[in-house]
Design a protein around this ligand. Structure first.
Ligand code: GDP
Length: 532
């Protein structure tokens, strides 16, 4: 092993790169802030979230972001905790839920699944969990808002086990029901109860006191007894944390807490350091893998074009997969074999960019002169590497796109082709619709807004969108597509996705899809990734 590979391996071992997956309002921003508060934030990329009244830098990356007050750009927050460096990648939610949200998961080694104690598993959590499962990303669960009334702890565990086929293994356990939280027990140290007191004066951080079990029994009475009984029940049920099954996606360590009062947040941070895997070898297209101590390689998981015409640059978010990234080095873009200069590498995005000189496996770097880069690209130095292509996800929103001014159809076609290639949106075509009226397919409707704004601003080809009444896409083949397009009885349509030539059968809902399948039992209908 030479000095550089040893250096890379050592730094990789200290990295934990993760994302929080949750449904809007479960408390992701609050938890992110609480994590950053506990740890020492080194850099914050973009923003924690640009919501008003929040700490965090609202990104000026795109005009649209300003108008909506939300962050379209995936933010990356890097902080030091204990002897580790944590990289927290934001997964945009709400209206900006899009393919980018899923793609972020290609760049993490672990996910924290955040659940609202009163609501349990919700739609976006399910979708994001599906992607984690598909990609083999281990999941740590944090059940939030235990400071206010919610469901029972055992019932929430049941739901996770039943619906996700994921064995919940609690690492801490609440004393007192939701809304009446007396403290937490770290199941590895059941002789103590952790009691949280909010600091007077409305300070954010709650102080933590370890109360001996005997005193907890005396002071908390029935609540303590119930917690002890439940812990025994869980132990009998074999719900102990098991590293092997956690890493293999068979179980999830579970934490209870309240992000808003910082309750349970330290235990979660410790778990990220102790349980989450550091960056490991990454699979290569065509077999084999690239170990972290190999020469530099990285994966572009998101490309953000600046919509502000004043400075029209483009930033590619690169996750370092192996070796040491050094700014200034010329690397190779695997797709073209061409050199790429890393002179303009930033660690921080949005208003607050700063140069990054070195980065290690697990870190995220923003490359600013990124016009040549595409989502899914591999960059490498030394021996060639090529990572598998980024999967496409099941779209749920569809719209026909047409040029407003027919005389600009050349610009229109060029713009649509480029946005498709960049992965901004999926583009579907059919002979029946013709090339002046392709269908845009998106995971989130905001992807359409990005297309409209960029077509007008960047390609001088303003577009008109006509939303189609479809919400479900299934994979089919040429025969299935033919049956669907001929059928007079079923509401639906089959189109070809330009990117991979896949045949997609579109339906308004599941019932129409089922009715089509009943009428044409021979037609092939498969699920697309992250489809429901
Ligand atoms: P996000 O949409 O997932 O980013 O959720 P936010 O962090 O914006 O939180 C949504 C709402 O839940 C806000 O009003 C928060 O103050 C509140 N919230 C977040 N965490 C907690 C918690 O632990 N307890 C309580 N009671 N409220 C919380």
């Amino acid at each position: 092993m030479n000095a550089t590979s040893e250096w890379a391996a050592g730094e990789a071992a200290r990295r934990r790169t993760f994302a929080v997956i949750s449904h809007p309002d479960a408390g992701k921003s609050t938890l992110t802030e609480a994590l950053a508060l506990h740890a020492h934030a080194i850099t914050s990329a973009g923003a924690v979230h640009g919501k008003s009244g929040r700490r965090g830098v609202a990104s000026d990356w795109m005009e649209m972001e300003k108008a909506r007050g939300i962050s379209v750009t995936s933010a990356v927050l890097q902080f030091a905790y204990r002897d580790c460096v944590l990289n927290l990648l934001d997964t945009p939610g709400h209206a900006d839920f899009s393919e980018d949200t899923y793609r972020v998961l290609a760049a993490v080694d672990c996910a924290v699944m955040l659940i609202d104690a009163a609501k349990g598993l919700e739609e976006q959590t399910r979708k994001l969990f599906d992607v984690c499962r598909h990609r083999g990303i281990p999941v740590i669960t944090f059940i939030n808002k235990w400071d206010r009334p919610g469901r029972e702890a055992l019932e929430l565990l049941d739901e996770i086990e039943r619906e996700f086929r994921l064995k919940p293994t609690p690492v801490n356990w609440p004393v007192g029901t939701a809304g009446y939280l007396r403290g937490l027990v770290d199941v590895r140290e059941p002789e103590w109860m952790l009691r949280y007191t909010r600091t007077p004066g409305g300070a954010h951080e709650a102080s933590e006191e370890a109360v001996p079990a005997e005193r907890a029994a005396f002071e908390e009475g029935a609540d303590w007894e119930q917690a002890v009984e439940e812990l025994q029940l869980l132990e009998a049920d074999g719900a102990q944390f098991d590293r092997g099954s956690f890493l293999a996606g068979g179980s999830t360590p579970v934490f209870f807490g309240a992000a808003v009062s910082n309750i349970g947040v330290r235990l979660l941070l410790d778990a990220i350091v102790d349980l989450a895997p550091p960056p490991g070898p990454r699979e290569l297209e065509g077999g084999g893998s690239r170990p972290v101590d190999a020469p530099f390689s990285g994966l572009v998981f998101k490309v953000q074009a600046n919509m502000d015409p004043a400075h029209r640059d483009r930033i590619a978010f690169l996750r370092v997969c192996s070796g040491v990234f050094e700014r200034g080095a010329t690397v190779t873009r695997a797709a073209s074999g061409k050199p790429f200069a890393t002179k303009y590498a930033h660690s921080v995005f949005g208003q607050d960019r700063s140069m990054v000189d070195t980065a290690y496996p697990g870190d995220v770097v923003g490359l600013v002169n990124a016009a040549a880069l595409r989502v899914g690209d591999t960059l490498y130095y030394g021996p060639p590497a090529l990572f598998p292509p980024m999967p496409t996800f099941a779209p749920e929103h569809f719209a026909v796109v047409r040029p407003v001014d027919i005389s600009r159809s050349k610009q229109f076609r060029r713009g649509i082709a480029q946005l498709d290639e960049e992965g901004v949106v999926q583009v579907l075509v059919s002979d029946a619709r013709g090339e002046q009226a392709p269908v845009l397919a998106a995971v989130g409707p905001m992807q359409f807004d990005v297309v409209s704004a960029r077509m007008a601003g960047e390609f001088s080809a303003a577009v008109r969108l006509e939303v189609l009444p479809y919400h479900l896409a299934r994979a089919t083949d040429a025969a299935g597509a033919d049956m669907l397009n001929r059928s007079q009885l079923v509401k639906g349509e089959a189109l070809t996705r330009i990117r991979d030539k896949a045949q997609l059968a579109l339906f308004p809902d599941r019932w129409q899809a089922n009715s089509f399948q009943r009428q044409f039992p021979d037609a092939s209908l498969g699920t697309l990734l992250a489809a429901h």
